[in-house]
Design a protein around this ligand. Sequence first.
Ligand SMILES: Cc1cc2nc3c(=O)[nH]c(=O)nc-3n(C[C@H](O)[C@H](O)[C@H](O)COP(=O)(O)OP(=O)(O)OC[C@H]3O[C@@H](n4cnc5c(N)ncnc54)[C@H](O)[C@@H]3O)c2cc1C
Ligand code: FES
Length: 256
Amino acid sequence: MKKSCIDLRVVGVEHLNEKYVLLKLTDSTPLPAMMPGQFVEVRVDDSPQTFLRRPISINFFDEARNELWLLVAAIGEGTRRMARLKVGDMLNCVLPLGNGFTMPATPGERLLLVGGGVGVAPLLYFGKKIRDLGACPTFLLGARSARDLLELDYFAKYGEVCVTTEDGSLGEKGFVTNHSVLDSRRFDRIATCGPKPMMLAVAGYARQSGIECEASLENMMACGLGACLCCVEKTTEGNLCVCKEGPVFNIRRLLW
Ligand SMILES: Cc1cc2nc3c(=O)[nH]c(=O)nc-3n(C[C@H](O)[C@H](O)[C@H](O)COP(=O)(O)OP(=O)(O)OC[C@H]3O[C@@H](n4cnc5c(N)ncnc54)[C@H](O)[C@@H]3O)c2cc1C
Ligand code: FES
C-alpha cells in the first residue's frame, strides 16, 4: 500500500474528557485508502523533546467527508501537544502504516471486538467496515471507570456494545474477560486491542475456547517503517517489526 506524508487540516476537536481528545482531520485532495487496524505516524512540531513521530491508530475514516479521526490519550509530551490542537491547525502525518485486521469471510461470521482504554481506537473503523459487509459485530469494551469508556455512541451505530468497568460505574463490574457475553454467546473470531495484560487474558480465553484471535500490538515505535528495529516482537517466526509485519498479529504467531 502506497504511503503518503500529508499536512492534514484539523476540522474537529472533541475533548471527551480531560485525558482523551478526538481529532478530525482532512485534506483538500482525497485521503488514501486505509484499512482498519492500520495507523499513522504523527509529527509533533515545536517540541524539541518529541523528536520522533508518534504512532496513533486510525480510529475512523469517513470516506464521504474525507475525514480521518484520531482518538488520542494525552499521556506524555507528544500526545499532550496533539490534545492542544485547534480547528484550523495542521498536523503532518505519514499514512497508512502497518497491516490491518482480517475482514470477515462471510456476512454470517460472528466477530467479537474487545478493546480496553484507548485501545478501543482501531475497533470503531473495523466495526464500521464489518457492518458495511452486512455482518453485525459485538463490541466488548472495558475501562477502569465510566469516564474512561470512549465513543460508546459511535460504537452503538455499528453493533451491539457490551461494557465492563473495574469499579462497576457502568456495565458489568470487572474485566472484559469476566463479561457474561462470553458465556452466553459463541463467536467465530476475536480481535483485540488494549493494554497487554488485557490482550493476554483475551488471547487465553480465545485459545481455551478454540476461537481464532488477532491482537493489535502497541510496542514502542520510532520510524514506523521497518527501518530502526525498535519495535521488534519475538514471534514463532523470529523477531518481527510490529510497525511493518503488524501491528495486527494472529495470536498463533505470538509467544504469549
Ligand atoms: C500501533 C500503535 C497505535 C497506537 N494508537 C494509539 C491511539 O490510537 N491513541 C493513543 O492515544 N495512543 C496510541 N498509541 C500509543 C501512543 O503512540 C503513545 O502513547 C505515544 O507515542 C506516547 O507519546 P508521548 O510523547 O505523548 O509520550 P512520551 O512522553 O514519549 O511517553 C510518556 C509515557 O508513555 C509511554 N509510551 C510511549 N510510547 C508508548 C506506546 N507506544 N505504548 C504505550 N505507552 C507508551 C512511555 O513509556 C512513557 O511512560 C499507539 C501506539 C502504537 C504502537
Ligand atoms: S518502528 Fe522502526 S522498525 Fe518498527
